[in-house]
Design a protein around this ligand. Structure first.
Ligand code: TYM
Length: 344
């Protein structure tokens, strides 16, 4: 693979990251993940995966899933991911992910999975009714990363625990078989957008599955919708503070300031110096301008790309071919190490 200004041999490592095609691609996905991918894509060899196998751990309407898969591809490209220099592909197109996940189901311990907070959150009170796939979700995620021997994984903060599990699996595999097969992948979690919170509740993360559409700014939202959602965002009755200490105990204010900082590539301190003493209504007008000027062009480009699904499918097919070649070689090595009789 070649890309940008840095030749492959000189790259800092290999990146794998993923995103679920579960609809409602939002500002958290953009600020917590996609924007970092764009920033890193010239310095690393990158594989960006649309994780449809993960998506079906909870029910997905089949037609919607296809549409959402293309929409994520369009969102990534519109946001600046270069699909020629990097492999942009769909997880189910590369069988190595599911194959390695099975091996990892036999490496990971039940106690490890029992500690995963995402399973507890998503399964809710009725755990018995959750899919088995949801339970072993982190093993598949480890396989996504390690089937490419990726060294770095840029994600939002919510994925930290999953990354720790991937490292534990890599380490246990290496120890069990007495071979340094897998590197221990490093999480790359950075920037003020690493945890974008809901616009309706500053204590909850912005999420694709929140019932309220007003909780998130979607990457497909029009200018008017963005303005309306920011206008309706929950706040408190006090004016904005002029320093970080003044955000203490004010999660909604902190969230809006952090979003503004992330969108305008400034620090929260810097923003607060400017807006200290303002009423929320004035700040919201400014935040809307910042959000619209950044997301507007992405939104327009996404719509253009979605109008040509055949071209998106071609891009994804090329990505799967490149990713598949790496995954196949790693899987062959793993099968050999585990002691599976080679097929002649
Ligand atoms: P997913 O689809 O929920 O989210 C995709 C990326 O967006 C980040 N993100 C956020 N960042 C900041 N604030 C938020 N409110 C917010 N919401 C989401 C996520 O951290 C993520 O980086 N399990 C993963 C998908 C996955 C994956 C992988 C990621 C599957 N295999 C391998 C990395 C490597 C997930 O559900 O992401």
């Amino acid at each position: 693979m070649t890309s940008g200004s840095t030749p492959l041999g000189a790259r800092a490592g290999r990146i794998l990251s993923g995103i679920q095609p579960t609809g409602n691609l939002h500002l958290g996905n953009y600020l917590g993940a996609i924007r970092n991918w764009v920033a890193l894509q010239n310095d690393f060899e990158c594989l960006f995966c649309i994780v449809d196998l993960h998506a079906i751990t909870v029910w997905q309407d089949p037609k919607e899933l296809i549409r959402n898969t293309r929409e994520v591809a369009a969102g990534m490209i519109a946001a600046g991911v270069d699909p020629v220099a990097n492999a942009l592909f769909v997880q189910s197109h590369v069988p190595g992910h599911a194959q390695l996940a099975w091996v990892f189901n036999c490496v990971a311990r039940i106690g490890w999975l029992n500690r995963m907070t995402q399973f507890k959150d998503k399964a809710g009170k009725n755990r018995e009714a959750a899919s088995v796939g949801l339970y072993v979700y982190p093993n598949l995620m480890a396989a996504d990363i390690l089937v490419y021997k990726a060294t770095h994984v840029p994600v939002g903060e919510d994925q930290k625990q999953h990354l720790e599990l991937a490292r534990d699996i890599a380490q246990k595999f290496n120890i069990d078989f007495g071979r340094e097969v897998f590197p221990l992948p490093e999480p790359v979690i950075r920037g003020p957008g690493m945890r974008v919170m809901s616009l309706r509740d500053g204590q909850k993360k912005m999420s694709k599955s929140d019932e309220s559409d007003y909780s998130r700014i979607a990457m497909t939202d029009s200018r008017d919708t963005i303005a309306l959602k920011i206008q309706k965002a929950r706040t408190d009755p006090n004016p904005l503070p002029s320093d970080i200490a003044g955000l203490e105990g004010r999660p909604e204010a902190a969230n809006l300031v952090n979003i503004c900082a992330a969108l305008s590539d400034r620090t929260a301190e810097d923003i607060l110096k400017e807006i200290g003493g303002w009423q929320f209504s004035q700040f919201k007008t400014q935040l809307t301008e910042v959000a619209v000027s950044l997301l507007g062009p992405i939104n327009a480009e996404m719509a253009r790309l979605m109008n040509d699904p055949a071209e998106l499918d071609r891009i994804l097919a090329r990505g799967a071919e490149r990713a598949g070649a790496i995954a196949e070689a790693v899987l062959k090595e793993v099968y050999g190490v585990v002691g599976f009789l080679p097929r002649r």
